[in-house]
Design a protein. Structure first.
Length: 378
């Protein structure tokens, strides 16, 4: 396995404290993957920085950028973020010469696989306009980004596309966190592939974020519970979902519906996989992490966003128990690669991917955002 070195930066520079208000089981936080992966990389045997295959910059940059980029030009948050990123680079140089002599071996957490020439406008342009874009770390052409989002839905940019962290994933790990406890008090994983599920399809989200969601919600309402379950988000009524409610619905359903406007490939698909609900991606284009290593077609389905929802529901009803068991078994096997926790394999997969990118054997991972699933016509 490739070797790793994590800079021993002081706590005041890592930004780990940004996660102090997030419990270990709070899987509903989107960017927790950078913290979980950093913990895994630190737990690995540390190679000398002069020869390590990957040098990790332990700066919670995605969380910092999200929390500090708001506000007008000159606001304290903006100034703090840029000064902070400069201090991190200064600390690396004070520790040794590797930032300058081995920059192509450095991994930096990033919200997007962006940077010139991959993103010329949008988030980067707005952030540059108010002085919040950490260009030294995110725009350097030699640095490999560990990113949670593609540049756009048509281009990956550069870097390793990683799943949002959820802390769980393999069959023996919790789903959900804090609910469905076994008799001895231990947290259980998703139901076994052969376990019966009362719901056919479940969906959680806001109808207001995408007009194409309404026909799907209407078709599911027409079927009614318990075959179709809905957890609809109304900004006027509540700000957050209950994670236990959401995951209980995923545990009880054979399939989960994923639609544009949701966090989709970044978070909801991973929750679905972790809890054993087979994803139905109603999207013409959905980027999926590690798509050339995971056979998503073995357990996920893809239909057009504006497919006939009633016909899709009928098609799902016709999938027999043997096929469902096979699909759930394939998904359980894939879940481990998408798990950043101590029992998952995501850290090793990211490290292997990083080496390919750093050595320019691949230019981006994956090379495009095209969904690696056949489009079923209904």
């Amino acid at each position: 396995m490739p070797s790793v070195f994590v800079y021993p930066l002081p706590d005041r520079l890592t930004g780990t404290d940004l996660y102090d208000n997030i419990t270990a089981g709070d899987h509903d936080f989107h960017f927790r993957g950078e913290l979980e992966l950093l913990q895994r990389f630190r737990a690995m045997p540390q190679a000398p920085p002069s020869s390590a295959d990957m040098l990790v910059v332990p700066f919670m940059l995605t969380q910092a950028f999200t929390k500090l980029r708001r506000g007008r030009r000159g606001a304290p948050g903006h100034a703090q973020l840029l000064a902070w990123s400069d201090a991190v680079v200064g600390a690396m140089r004070a520790y040794g010469p590797w930032w300058d002599t081995r920059r192509a071996r450095h991994a930096v957490f990033s919200q997007r696989c962006a940077g010139p020439p991959h993103e010329r406008n949008g988030l980067r342009a707005r952030s540059l306009g108010v002085g919040t874009w950490p260009s030294v770390l995110w725009d350097d052409p030699n640095v490999t980004l560990l990113c949670f989002e593609p540049t756009t839905y048509t281009a990956m940019g550069r870097g390793v596309y990683i799943p949002y962290g959820v802390g769980h994933g393999a069959a023996d790990l919790p789903c959900p966190a804090g609910t469905e406890r076994a008799a001895e008090g231990a947290l259980r994983g998703p139901p076994e592939p052969a376990a019966p599920r009362p719901a056919l399809l479940t969906f959680a989200g806001s109808v207001a974020t995408n007009p194409a969601r309404r026909p799907w919600v209407d078709a599911m309402r027409a079927v009614g519970e318990p075959r179709c379950t809905l957890t609809l988000f109304d900004k006027a009524q509540r700000k957050h979902y209950s994670p236990s409610d959401l995951e209980a619905s995923l545990r009880a359903a054979s399939f989960s519906l994923q639609l544009r406007g949701h966090v989709g490939p970044r978070k909801a698909v991973l929750d679905s996989i972790r809890c054993g609900a087979l994803p139905v991606l109603a999207s013409e284009r959905t980027p999926l992490p590690f798509s050339d290593e995971i056979d998503y077609a073995a357990f996920a389905l893809r239909v057009a966003e504006r497919a006939n929802a009633t016909r899709v529901l009928s098609a799902l009803e016709r999938i027999g128990a043997p096929q469902l068991r096979a699909m759930r078994g394939a998904m359980a096997a894939a879940a481990r690669l998408l798990d950043a926790g101590p029992h998952g394999a995501m850290a090793e997969a990211v490290l292997a991917r990083f080496v390919k990118v750093a050595e320019r054997r691949v230019s981006a991972v994956p090379a495009s955002t095209r969904t690696p699933l056949p489009l079923l016509v209904y």
